[in-house]
Structure formats: structure tokens, C-alpha cells
Design a protein around this ligand. Structure first.
Ligand SMILES: Cc1cc2nc3c(=O)[nH]c(=O)nc-3n(C[C@H](O)[C@H](O)[C@H](O)COP(=O)(O)OP(=O)(O)OC[C@H]3O[C@@H](n4cnc5c(N)ncnc54)[C@H](O)[C@@H]3O)c2cc1C
Length: 453
């Protein structure tokens, strides 16, 4: 009997997690990964650290090579193989091979992990000296330009966490850096009090951030520099530009095969990562997922989610029964020395989702004062009618990232702030004040929503 054949489209976080899990669960299964790029299994989350030079070699980001997968795990990871069409009726994928030839390949089970593609292009973004930082190939091209051409002035377009990481990487290389963000907030939905700290930190490192600044064009000048037009006829001149305006799900291949997309435009799956077509699963940045706080679908592309969903898809494709319960919207990043962390909904996000939120702000310290704790700021959002905790954000040089995991846990458990105030969080002077900033914020939130315990 022929072995069951699993084909996976895309070979990074979700794809290789799926391949590894499926093969482990069902060693008889033939597992083939189609990756259109040159690399599989790399840590995309570390790209900015390669650009800055903290990570010396591109290979340092590659977790496993195709040879490792073949020899150690019996997985065929084929680079420079692009899936052109999914043909569900024939259970085939049409593949373009490295020699340019196109041929169909059969599958019994299929997992789509095609990731995300850069969103709407800024006019002129294809000019020389303009880069993205979405894939390892992008980061290699950007770093080569920085090392060979030694540009002095950089513009980063987009103030999400990837734009912020790129700005820091360029600054660490000694460039003058400006950052342009079209909305009024950095990192999508930071509460103003947290965003303010991020802006201050950027200023302290001489990164000039311009909010409410939509870029309308990038024009190459005669001297080889770039003129970036934004806002009301303002311009910036730079030698290099990094476009970090976000991604959209790569879902067109699936859509053409009549695989259902959600309202977000990403592939819709159930909690087993199964699409509407039998035997076809999807995971990672090409899919939308369930938000456990709003109870609705959301496009929230992150590596941590892609790995987990990939594992679930791989397990189910191999005959197992795993499920992915969704996310609560946790994100941490570092802006120079500042840890910035959020989980759940911001006040504005909660309003938009139909809650009646109250937000409180607490300024505290990361350790006991006599141990020279660093300033730590926290905001917390609660729902007035139900008393539910809806989200929190933290910023500070220490203690912000670890505390957000408490919030993420409480959100997954759908805790009320009345329950949250009684959490037995760890305390010793080197780790926090005796009343943890999160607990103080929860007390204040209780007052704000008019409940006591
Ligand atoms: C600079 C940066 C920093 C990040 N930092 C973090 C972080 O700190 N924490 C975090 O959780 N996440 C982070 N992320 C996000 C994380 O990297 C992504 O969520 C994750 O890589 C998604 O994995 P994926 O497998 O779904 O998709 P991808 O990594 O996008 O991989 C999809 C792959 O599919 C291939 N492909 C697409 N179409 C086809 C086709 N038709 N045929 C064959 N192959 C195809 C693509 O070439 C690509 O290699 C970061 C991302 C970037 C860019």
C-alpha cells in the first residue's frame, strides 16, 4: 500500500512545526514541504537582530536545514518549489520547480502555511534603496546594502513593533533614523500613556518619530538619495528606507481553490485548523484565529501562534485530534531598553468590540525602592457591567514582559478584576514592590467600575 502523503505549502514557523508533528505522530506518512524561497525553518522573529549585527550570520537564524529535516526527521523540505494552484478535486498541487518546470504533485492531506505578504505598497517602494524586513531574504538584502553602501540617513515607514525594531537596528548601526506612522499611536493600539513612554524612549535615542504621517510617495533623487513625501506636503530625505507597514494574509491560492476566507481576508479554520474542505488544513499568518476575549475572529499574525497552530494542523493531518483554542492578543517587544507589552484589548479596542470599558493607569516600580527599582507603567481595562478583565499594557525597563504573562493567563481564564486582585503573585524586593503594580491597577479598576470586594 502506498504511504499516506502530506503536502505542506510554506516552510517557516507553521509549516515546519506541522511537518515535524505529523511525522512524529505517524512515521509512515510521507511529508513533503514546498517552500518557494531559499530557506526553511528560520527564526523570522530575530530578523532585526541580524540587521543590527547582534546576530552575526544569516545562518545563525536558520534553526534546521533541509538536509537536517531529511536525514533526522524523514521530511522532504523542498526550497525553490512554489505551489501555483491547489486542485482539491484531484487532490493535487501544481508546483513550479527550481528549473522552471511545472508539474502536479499528489496529496492525501494538505496544510497551507503560506504566511503573510506585504500589505498595500507605498508608491515608489520598489525604488533602489527601499527595503522590507519580512523575510530572511529581505533582511539579507537590507544588511548587505547597509554594509556596502554605508547610508547615513534612514526612514522607517510604519510604527508597529517591526518598524520599531527596524528603527532600533538602524540606529544601532549609527544611522540617523526617522520613523513615520500614519495613525496617532505606535504599535497599533497602545494606550496614550504607554505610547508616550515609547515616544520618549525613541527621542532619547535620537529617533525622530512622526505620528499622523501618512507616506504618499518615495521618489529617487538624482544624487541617489530618496525623497519621502508624507503628511501635508512634508518631505524627508534619506539614503535608505525600510517599509514596515504590515502584512496581509497570503490567501489567494486558497481562495482560488474555494477554501473559505473570513471577513479579515485570511483563511478561516475551525479549532482543529481544518478549512471548509476535507483533508485541507491551514495555520499561521495566512489564517485568522479566534480571539478569546472578544469571542470573534481576528487576524493577529505572530510566530508564537503560527508554531502552535502548525503543530495542531500537523497532528490532525496525521490522524490525531488536537485543537487550538485561540489567542488573547499578547504581544511583547523591546524598544531600546524599554520592554513594551500588551495583552487583551485596549480601551478603544474594547469599545469597538462592544464592551463598556474603564481604563486605569498606575505608575509604579519594578522593585522595592531601596533596591533602585526602575519606573514601571501599567494600564488595565475592565468591563463595567460584567467586571471582566479585558486587557492590560505595561512599559518599563524591567518587569513589564514577565507581568504581561499573568494578564494573558487571567484573560484566558476569563477572570473578573474582583478575582484578579486576589492573585497570589510572587513577591521579594528584587522583583517588585510589595503590592504588585498589576494588583494595584486591578484595585483601581474595581473602584472605576463601581464594585468592591
Ligand atoms: C522582523 C520580524 C520580527 C518578528 N518578531 C516576532 C516576535 O518577536 N514574536 C512573534 O511571535 N512573532 C514575531 N514575528 C512574526 C513571525 O515571524 C510570523 O508570525 C511567523 O513567521 C509566521 O509564520 P508562518 O509559517 O505562518 O509564515 P511565514 O513565516 O511567512 O512563512 C510562510 C512561508 O510560505 C512560503 N510560501 C508562500 N506562498 C507559497 C507558495 N505558493 N508556495 C511555496 N511556498 C510559499 C513563503 O515563502 C514563506 O517562507 C516577527 C516577524 C518579523 C518579520
Amino acid at each position: 500500500v502506498r504511504a499516506e502523503r502530506l503536502v505542506i505549502i510554506g516552510g517557516v514557523a507553521a509549516g515546519m512545526s506541522a511537518a515535524s508533528r505529523a511525522r512524529r505522530l505517524n512515521p509512515q506518512m510521507e511529508v513533503v514541504v514546498l517552500e518557494k524561497g531559499d530557506y526553511v525553518s528560520y527564526g523570522a522573529c530575530g530578523l532585526a537582530y541580524f540587521v543590527s549585527g547582534v546576530v552575526p550570520q544569516a545562518e545563525d537564524l536558520v534553526i534546521y536545514t533541509p538536509e537536517y529535516f531529511r536525514d533526522q526527521r524523514g521530511i522532504y523540505a523542498l526550497t525553490c518549489h512554489e505551489a501555483l494552484e491547489i486542485l482539491p478535486a484531484k487532490k493535487q498541487v501544481l508546483v513550479r520547480r527550481p528549473d522552471g518546470e511545472t508539474a502536479p504533485t499528489d496529496y492525501d492531506k494538505l496544510i497551507i502555511t503560506a504566511g503573510g505578504a506585504p500589505d498595500v505598497e507605498v508608491p515608489g517602494a520598489d525604488a533602489p534603496g527601499v527595503f522590507r524586513c519580512n523575510s530572511l531574504a529581505d533582511a539579507i538584502a537590507l544588511r548587505a546594502f547597509l554594509e556596502e553602501r554605508k547610508p547615513k540617513r534612514a526612514v522607517v515607514i510604519g510604527g508597529g513593533y517591526i518598524g520599531l525594531e527596524a528603527a532600533e537596528a538602524l540606529r544601532r548601526r549609527g544611522l540617523e533614523v526617522s520613523l513615520l506612522e500614519r495613525s496617532a499611536t505606535l504599535m497599533e493600539d497602545l494606550e496614550p500613556e504607554i505610547g508616550q513612554w515609547v515616544e520618549e524612549r525613541l527621542r532619547a535615542h535620537e529617533v525622530s518619530a512622526h505620528l499622523n504621517s501618512t507616506v504618499s510617495a518615495i521618489d529617487p533623487a538624482a544624487d541617489g538619495s530618496l525623497v519621502v513625501s508624507y503628511g501635508q506636503r512634508q518631505t524627508l530625505t534619506a539614503d535608505v528606507a525600510v517599509v514596515a507597514t504590515g502584512i496581509v494574509p497570503r490567501a489567494e491560492l486558497a481562495a482560488r481553490a474555494e477554501i473559505e476566507l473570513g471577513a479579515s481576508g485570511a483563511i478561516r479554520t475551525d479549532d482543529r485548523q481544518q478549512t471548509n474542505l476535507p483533508g485541507i488544513y491551514a495555520a499561521g499568518d495566512c489564517t485568522e484565529t479566534f480571539h478569546r476575549v472578544t469571542g470573534g475572529a481576528v487576524y493577529f499574525p505572530l510566530g508564537t501562534t503560527a508554531n502552535k497552530q502548525g503543530r495542531v494542523a500537523g497532528e490532525n493531518a496525521a490522524g490525531g485530534n488536537a485543537s487550538f483554542p485561540g489567542i488573547v492578543g499578547t504581544l511583547v517587544t523591546k524598544v531600546f531598553e524599554l520592554e513594551v507589552a500588551k495583552s487583551g484589548l485596549s480601551w478603544a479596542g474594547a469599545r469597538a468590540a462592544g464592551f463598556q470599558p474603564e481604563v486605569v493607569k498606575v505608575d509604579s516600580r519594578s522593585r522595592a525602592r531601596y533596591l533602585k527599582g526602575k519606573p514601571l507603567r501599567c494600564t488595565l481595562v475592565a468591563d463595567r457591567p460584567s467586571g471582566r478583565l479585558l486587557g492590560a499594557q505595561l512599559a518599563g525597563e524591567e518587569g513589564a514582559a514577565r507581568r504581561i504573562d499573568v494578564v494573558a493567563t487571567a484573560l484566558a481564564a476569563q477572570m473578573t478584576v474582583a478575582d484578579f486582585v486576589h492573585l497570589d503573585l510572587g513577591y521579594a524586593p528584587p522583583f517588585g514592590p510589595v503590592y504588585d503594580p498589576l494588583l494595584v491597577a486591578a484595585w483601581q479598576a474595581l473602584k472605576a467600575i463601581g464594585r468592591r470586594r
